[in-house]
Ligand binder design. Structure first.
Ligand code: HEM
Length: 504
């Protein structure tokens, strides 16, 4: 676990002073305190929303200092698009991501670009997200969605509102566990979150806290002990899951089979046992936490905008007809509902920042010199609100921003909820398919009733989630069948690399 320097910073941490020769030209908050830095008005629980506030005050590129660390943030469409240039920039495994290394090691998400295990795991695992593989997961996604609607039917019958983030987390955890690893956490049969989720949230929140204001040493020690226990729980869960697979022989050709059995197509190399452990944790965490947030925000906006929900619902009725269980291809045809999802991810991209570093000495957007290794955090929720791209009404929820004509008219690299380049999200298609399918099923079955007293509050634990969101439900008048067990997959042919094709 020797991932930190003596100063508690991630190994290899480079302050902005080293990477940005003309740092003085980049604005910072006006009331900078000696020693402490830019900490006035900062809340340890909401670092992202604090940065959004500062972004509005300071403009498209700015910096913040916390103690001895200086960071550059950017969100203007111009510098952000320049940072998407893969010939001069690459992913930076910076503070937030580096703080997850004790949990996820050199797994795909947290691997340094130079670590050979990234390319190996990418080449072995990316085909697990081809169109053909996705079509196979569709059946299992439907089965898990059936458990959600069963749960919501019971809540409705009991006259209760539903816990949207809690239930979306149950759904997405079960979906990735089932499709990726043939595992069932029994989330819908529990009143409280599965301990795996509690441990995961603990490690994410811990990684976030390490980025922000320092804690008194006694609290730091307590938090470190708690974090070590959380990591041990995650490791034990995953070890048991892998051991069960090794004992029982092959699964259904899922991600775990790939991890254990597939050799690299060119080198013939395989993932080591330790790396498999880190990949399983990576996929279980990355594969559900962000998607549950995306679904929760989309449900919030659908409930707040009944006219948008009605339009999406009409599309579902038209495309799906009275098929009790829509096929794989029928999900991609829900174009308006996809726009609803995209628009939710525009306003609240649930992995709300990614870091990029210069791979050579360069000048960012023709203005800011950077040395090789210099880096910045791209603040996606602000990039997605840049008025020059999205207009003065960028705060308004409007799915038509994503109709084909509007998308074509926008400059490239202005919508980046899944990151960019070679290290963009490998699970993008998985998340979009799952979320569109589930939203379609829910809209078809229920009217969503918002609580008039609810005001959107966003909770942060590296990822974003609407806090305390509960919705009332009514069954739609026309009887609609719930998805049950397994329909035949509406399969298609194998696809291209799901990662390389993700950028706009
Ligand atoms: C709405 C849902 C999701 C969002 C918003 C999201 C967002 C992101 C972002 C922004 C990155 C790049 C991070 C960086 O540059 O540091 C990323 C990477 C990644 N995501 Fe996702 N993700 C989602 C769903 C998923 C799912 C469902 C899976 C797996 C089934 C997944 C697995 C990964 C992995 C493994 C990486 C690392 C890829 C690499 O570096 O090679 N994500 N995701």
């Amino acid at each position: 676990m020797a991932e930190t320097t003596g100063a508690g910073l991630p190994k290899g941490f480079r302050g902005a002073e080293q990477g940005w020769p003309e740092l003085d030209r980049i604005p910072h908050p006006p009331r900078r305190l000696p020693l402490l830095g830019d900490v006035l008005g900062v809340d340890r629980r909401t670092p992202l929303q604090d940065s959004m506030r500062l972004a509005r005050e300071l403009g498209p590129i700015f910096r913040r200092r916390v103690l001895n660390r200086e960071f550059v943030f950017l969100w203007g469409a111009k510098p952000a698009a320049d940072m998407a240039d893969e010939t001069r920039f690459a992913k930076h495994v910076g503070l937030g991501v580096a703080n997850l290394r004790p949990v996820a090691g050199d797994g795909l998400f947290t691997a340094y670009n130079h670590e050979p295990n990234w390319q190996l795991a990418h080449d072995v695992l990316a085909p697990g997200f081809s169109r053909e593989a996705m079509a196979g997961y569709h059946t299992m996604m439907l089965a898990v969605a059936g458990r959600l609607t069963g749960h919501w039917d019971r809540e409705l019958a009991a006259g209760r509102t539903v816990d949207v983030p809690g239930d979306m987390t149950r759904l997405t955890l079960e979906t990735i566990a089932r499709t990726g690893f043939g595992h069932d956490f029994g989330s819908f049969e529990r009143d409280r979150p599965h301990p795996f989720v509690t441990a995961m949230v603990g490690t994410l929140a811990h990684a976030q806290r390490l980025n922000s204001l320092p804690m008194p040493p006694v609290l730091q020690r307590r938090a470190a002990r708690r974090n070590a226990a959380d990591i041990a729980y995650l490791d034990d869960t995953v070890d048991a899951l892998v051991a069960a697979r090794r004992d029982s022989g092959r699964g259904e050709g899922d991600l775990l089979d790939r991890m254990l059995e597939t050799a690299h197509p060119v080198t013939g190399e395989r993932l080591s046992a330790e790396n498999v452990r880190k990949q399983v944790i990576t996929f279980l965490v990355a594969g559900h936490e962000t998607t549950s947030g995306a679904l929760s925000f989309a449900l919030y906006y659908l409930a707040e905008h009944p006219e948008i929900a009605a339009r999406a619902r009409a599309e579902v009725d038209r495309v799906w007809g009275d098929t009790p269980e829509p096929g794989y291809d029928q999900v991609a045809r829900l174009r308006y509902l996809r726009r609803v999802l995209d628009e939710s991810l525009r306003l609240w991209p649930t992995a709300p920042a990614f870091a990029r570093e210069a791979t050579e000495d360069t000048v960012l957007a023709g203005e800011h010199p950077m040395r090789r290794g210099g880096w910045a955090l791209v603040l996606t929720p602000m990039l997605h609100r840049d008025p020059e791209v999205w207009g003065e009404d960028a705060e308004r929820f409007d799915p038509d921003r994503f109709d084909a004509k509007a998308v074509r008219a926008r400059p490239p690299h202005t919508f980046k909820p899944f990151g960019t380049g070679a290290r963009a999200c490998v699970g993008r298609q998985f998340a979009l398919h799952e979320a569109t399918l589930v939203l379609g099923l829910l809209l078809r079955r229920y009217e969503l009733i918002p609580d008039p007293g609810y005001r959107l509050k966003v909770t942060e634990r590296l990822t974003l989630m609407p806090d305390g969101l509960r919705l009332g439900l009514e069954r739609r008048k026309a009887p609609v069948a719930a998805p049950a067990a397994a329909p035949g997959p509406d399969a298609g042919s194998a696809g291209r690399c799901p990662v390389r094709g993700t950028d706009e």
